[in-house]
Ligand binder design. Structure first.
Ligand SMILES: C[S@@+](CC[C@H](N)C(=O)[O-])C[C@H]1O[C@@H](n2cnc3c(N)ncnc32)[C@H](O)[C@@H]1O
Length: 283
């Protein structure tokens, strides 16, 4: 029997500091307030993937090879997503949130902050189309990772992921799973969503940590993004999301995230606690 492999040396806080300092100074991205345990796991993953023995090696490659940086960003961020993720959340959007916004406005402006490969955006437009209000909507889809934004723009997905997407769609809409197929064409092992469905979407790189407030929205979805941030960063980001909402606009965060501990909690009321949907009530 082979002896067990030597245990991996733990990544020290000082290593993380060296890495985040280099990234800030050279590339203008700030990772120092990402949640430490998940950030360390992602760094470990990068070391294993590229067979770098130490964080120092990673720092020196990032320092000398700017082309590697985009690849590094894609590896360090967690891009896992699904269509109609948490189907009960989408039911509340359809039955309560969107009708309420359209009661008082003839247009609806939506921001998908941390949109990853765009499945959330496709879901939103399918929902709005089936509600008959797609022509009233304007969507902004942003992410830190340039490569994932390019993928979102293509709205092309692996056919093997569609089983889960179809199941979520059925659980959300009650319609047969195969009704989702009317929105895309299969091309080899991929499915390509109808571009006409996504005409109202602007895709752009935007950093929630260092980026500016760039517009005002009726609805902001920032789901499963802040889970990777520490409390200090969550407070900062939430205050910018608050600023990006019109008064009485809605904020949706991920099912494992919460506003409760955040500094701006008193400026929102809970619309749906299970689905983590909040409404801005104070500027
Ligand atoms: C797990 S995905 C969530 C996708 C989608 N919102 C969902 O719930 O299915 C998290 C996304 O947040 C993005 N992200 C991480 N840090 C960010 C930052 N500072 N600014 C903007 N997006 C960021 C990642 O690139 C990733 O695509």
């Amino acid at each position: 029997m082979l002896p067990p492999p030597p245990p991996e040396a733990d990544i020290e806080i000082s290593d993380i500091r060296k890495l985040t300092d280099l990234i800030r100074q050279k590339y203008g991205y700030e990772f120092k307030d990402y949640a430490m345990s998940s950030f360390k796991r992602r760094i470990r993953r990068v070391l294993d993937l590229y067979k770098y023995k130490t964080v120092d090696k990673l720092v020196s490659v990032l320092d000398s090879n700017p082309d590697f940086f985009e690849e590094f960003i894609s590896e360090i961020t967690v891009n896992v997503t699904e269509m109609f993720r948490d189907p009960t959340f989408w039911k509340v959007l359809r039955e309560q949130v969107v009708p309420n916004i359209l009661l008082n406005h003839d247009k609806i402006n939506i921001w998908h902050a941390g949109c990853s490969s765009g499945e959330e955006v496709v879901s939103m437009n399918i929902m709005l189309h089936e509600m008959g209000v797609l022509d009233k909507a304007r969507l902004f889809a942003t992410d830190l990772d340039n490569a994932i934004i390019e993928r979102a723009k293509r709205s092309t997905y692996s056919a093997k992921n569609m089983d889960l997407n179809r199941k979520n769609y059925h659980r959300y809409s009650g319609q047969p799973e195969t009704n989702l197929d009317s929105y895309f064409k299969e091309v080899g092992n991929e499915v390509v969503f109808d571009k006409a469905l996504l005409q109202n979407v602007t895709y752009r790189r935007h950093d929630l940590v260092l980026g500016n407030v760039f517009s005002k929205f009726d609805l902001v979805l920032c789901r499963n993004v802040m889970i990777y941030f520490n409390q200090t960063l969550q407070n900062g980001v939430l205050s910018r999301l608050h600023e990006s909402l019109f008064k009485y606009g809605y904020l949706a965060i991920g099912s494992k995230e919460s506003l409760i501990w955040c500094e701006i909690a008193n400026k929102f009321i809970v619309v749906n606690n299970e689905e983590k949907i909040y409404k801005k009530i104070k500027d």
